[in-house]
Design a binder for this molecule. Structure first.
Ligand code: ATP
Length: 129
């Protein structure tokens, strides 16, 4: 069976709140998994640009990239097609918060202390990254 490849990018956004570092997690409105905000890399866009755009569109958070955090890959089925998705994540620093333009893609968002992130994330791959 042919495999469709999809390339996505996302952000692990860090924010200092009262001397504590917190991390942004979003809940996917479709499959309800908790993850770092992410989405497809558009044509002509770098993975870094896509990650910043997706974070801002889904959560309203403007951030800047600190460094690449790592890649993950996973398989799933979409309309009978086997898909292999690669997601490149960037460590980001929170700058400001505004309106999310694709908020419907996210059913919830939370800023969690570093120590609580692992338990909240749904997928093994994102825990590792
Ligand atoms: P987005 O628009 O945010 O890129 P999407 O709606 O295209 O997302 P995914 O979030 O990639 O889709 O989810 C597609 C399928 O893969 C779902 O069945 C989901 O449960 C599963 N999935 C999502 N993230 C992971 C992961 N990190 N590891 C394994 N499976 C995952």
């Amino acid at each position: 069976m042919a495999i469709k490849r999809i390339f996505s990018a996302g952000g692990i956004v860090l924010r200092k709140v009262d001397d504590e570092v917190k991390v942004l997690l979003t809940q996917h409105s479709g499959h309800k998994g908790w993850e770092f905000p992410k989405g497809h890399i558009e044509i002509g866009e770098s993975s870094e640009q896509a990650a910043l755009r997706e974070v801002e569109e889904e959560s309203g958070v403007k951030a800047e990239v600190l460094e690449k955090a790592g890649d993950i890959e996973y398989f799933y089925f979409d309309s009978g097609e086997r898909v292999l998705k690669k997601v490149t994540y960037y460590l980001m620093k929170y700058l400001s918060e505004g309106e999310a333009t694709t908020a419907y893609e996210v059913s919830d968002m939370v800023w969690l202390p570093l120590g609580e992130v692992d338990d909240k994330l749904t997928y093994k791959g994102t825990k590792e990254v």
